[in-house]
Design a binder for this molecule. Structure first.
Ligand code: NAD
Length: 524
């Protein structure tokens, strides 16, 4: 695909400078910066500008980084958890200071609008705060022993080196979800970010490095290896020094991770694709539903794992809702995400635009009706004035669809919303659950019975189920993740921290006999 190689403007250059980034940056960090593998060019999806070149890891550099990160774990895990929390507290504060700049880098490299770029950094700050509190709450249980004068307990120990693989669409927050928790749990981490967003990764690790150095902590606890899936990613998956791989990305990638990591008895947290639906019931407030649908379906240009991809609407309100949606879609300000008036920026690259166009072809072939949008946008077509040339802009798309259409079961990572009708409430739930993915789901209703049924065991089968809230924009306090082809992993809040630790059941005998469990006698 042709890319524009215009130079960054002075504003961008000084932003990169403030974040410690030059026009060529090393993409490996293990206490020292290196990178002598092939050069990765990173372009802004907004206008095709070449932002920088990032030097990837060679196999030898990967090896050294993994070794150093594993060694850093040995010292880090011996530091008391509240002291580890203090490092994470400082990291959170450094991110507060860098919020505007780092958020703008997310906008430049990933194409998110300013509010979402900064929101992503806010998520990093929030999870750091959460992790600081957690550093004093890594509680185990005391369990009643069946044997007299015995005490049984559960302890949580640091696990080791954690491999973190991230997707392009959350280029900084997903690192923080994993690494803030892993750090207070006593683990070191080695991060392989998406090759679409390597600059964001380098900027984040530079911030973490500074905090570690100021506290005389080995900065290799937050290591980085940039490189593609087959070269660097596969090494991580097969590396026996890494007991846990946390991988965020497509379900296809997750299958590969599960196989490779399972084969060596490693553990995996899988955060994969979604195909999220909102049910709109007759009693729903349509004003509320409209706002949630728009943010869910059009926000981040349809490139969130929690993006609303399916709308299941009661037949009695279908026509009215579709009419309102078409009107709203027509007014979505599409344009340069660095412009504060923009609500929808570009797709990540030309391939994503081509994939969307392919999906539209399939939709037509499978009998779907395009109600609005879908087309690739060229420079002059925006309602915000002219779009930057070289950007990957599309119009968000509304489709009248049926649940049986094959494409409705797939996650097309683009702003395509399938609108479907239902008559009976049980059918709405069956449609909602009738896809291979199980990440996020929502219902808009003012009927208490429907809401409770949706949340019951026979309701939504997703990891996230919301009432009168859309499918995207989760808070960090809850465990985040989904079922089925979404991978079953949980990250972020609640007790997700336990996945980053090693559970140990310990029993102490403070008596003078040796009674065996289950009353077994074993005496000569
Ligand atoms: P992707 O699967 O193409 O890539 C994700 C990451 O996996 C990248 O870093 C990539 O280099 C790496 N990778 C690919 N093959 C690998 C291999 N063989 N070994 C190791 N690593 C490998 O996904 P993407 O296009 O970057 O992101 C979009 C996808 O991510 C969507 O499906 C979206 O739903 C999903 N996602 C899920 C969540 C979640 O929390 N459930 C969050 C964000 C994104």
């Amino acid at each position: 695909m042709p890319k524009t190689k215009t130079k960054t403007n002075t504003q961008t250059s000084s932003l990169l400078k403030r974040l410690g980034l030059a026009s060529t940056v090393p993409g490996v960090f293990d206490g020292e910066w290196s990178g002598s593998g092939k050069c990765l060019e990173t372009f802004s999806p907004n206008d095709g500008t070449l932002l920088a070149q990032v030097r990837t890891a060679t196999p030898g550099e990967y090896e050294r980084a993994a070794q150093r990160a594993a060694a850093a774990f040995q010292k880090w895990q011996a530091i008391p958890a509240p002291q580890r929390g203090e490092i994470v507290r400082q990291l959170g504060n450094a991110l507060r200071d860098a919020r505007a700049d780092l958020g703008m880098l997310v906008t430049l490299e990933a194409g998110k609008i300013i509010a979402e770029g900064q929101g992503e950094v806010q998520e990093m700050i929030d999870i750091c705060d959460f992790a600081v509190g957690l550093s004093r709450q890594l509680y185990g249980l005391t369990i009643a022993s069946e044997r007299s004068r015995h005490r049984m307990m559960e302890q949580w120990h640091p696990l080791g080196l954690v491999g973190v693989i991230t997707a392009f669409n959350f280029p900084v927050a997903v690192w923080a979800w994993n690494c803030a928790l892993a750090a207070v749990c006593g683990d070191s981490t080695i991060w392989k970010p998406s090759s679409q967003t390597p600059l964001c990764a380098v900027a984040v690790i530079k911030i973490a490095e500074k905090i570690c150095r100021a506290n005389s902590i080995d900065p290799a606890i937050f290591s980085l290896v940039i490189g593609d899936g087959p070269t660097v990613g596969e090494r991580l998956l097969n590396d026996k020094r890494i007991p846990l791989i946390s991988a965020t990305g497509s379900s296809a990638m997750g299958v590969r991770v599960a196989q490779a990591v399972g084969k060596r008895f490693g553990r995996a947290i899988l955060e994969l694709g979604g195909n999220n639906a909102i049910i709109v019931a007759p009693s729903a407030s349509l004003d509320l539903a409209m706002r949630a649908i728009l943010f869910g379906a059009v926000g981040t240009a349809g490139q969130r794992c929690t993006t609303t991809r399916r709308l299941i609407v009661h037949e009695s309100i279908y026509d009215e809702l579709v009419k309102r949606l078409v009107r709203a879609y027509r007014q979505v300000p599409i344009g340069n995400p660095a412009d504060e008036k923009t609500l929808m920026g570009p797709l990540i690259n030309a391939q994503a635009v081509a994939d969307m166009q392919d999906a539209l072809e399939k939709i037509r072939r499978q009998g779907g009706e395009i109600l609005f949008g879908g087309e690739k946008l060229v420079a002059q077509a925006s309602n915000l004035g002219s779009l930057p040339p070289g950007g990957h802009y599309v119009r968000p798309c509304l489709v009248a669809a049926r649940p049986e259409m094959q494409i409705v079961s797939e996650e097309t990572f683009a702003p395509i919303l399938y609108v479907m009708k239902y008559r009976k409430f049980d059918d709405a739930i069956a449609i909602q659950n009738g896809v291979p993915q199980g990440l996020s789901s929502a219902i808009f209703t003012n009927d208490m019975r429907e809401a409770e049924q949706f949340l019951s065991a026979s309701g939504s089968d997703c990891g996230i189920a919301n009432v009168n809230i859309g499918t995207s924009g989760a808070e960090i306090g809850g465990a985040f993740g989904g079922e089925k082809e979404t991978g079953g992993g949980r990250e972020s809040g609640s007790d997700s921290w336990k996945l980053y630790m090693r559970r140990q059941t310990a029993t102490v005998n403070f008596g003078s006999d040796l009674p065996l469990a289950q009353g077994i006698k074993f005496e000569a």
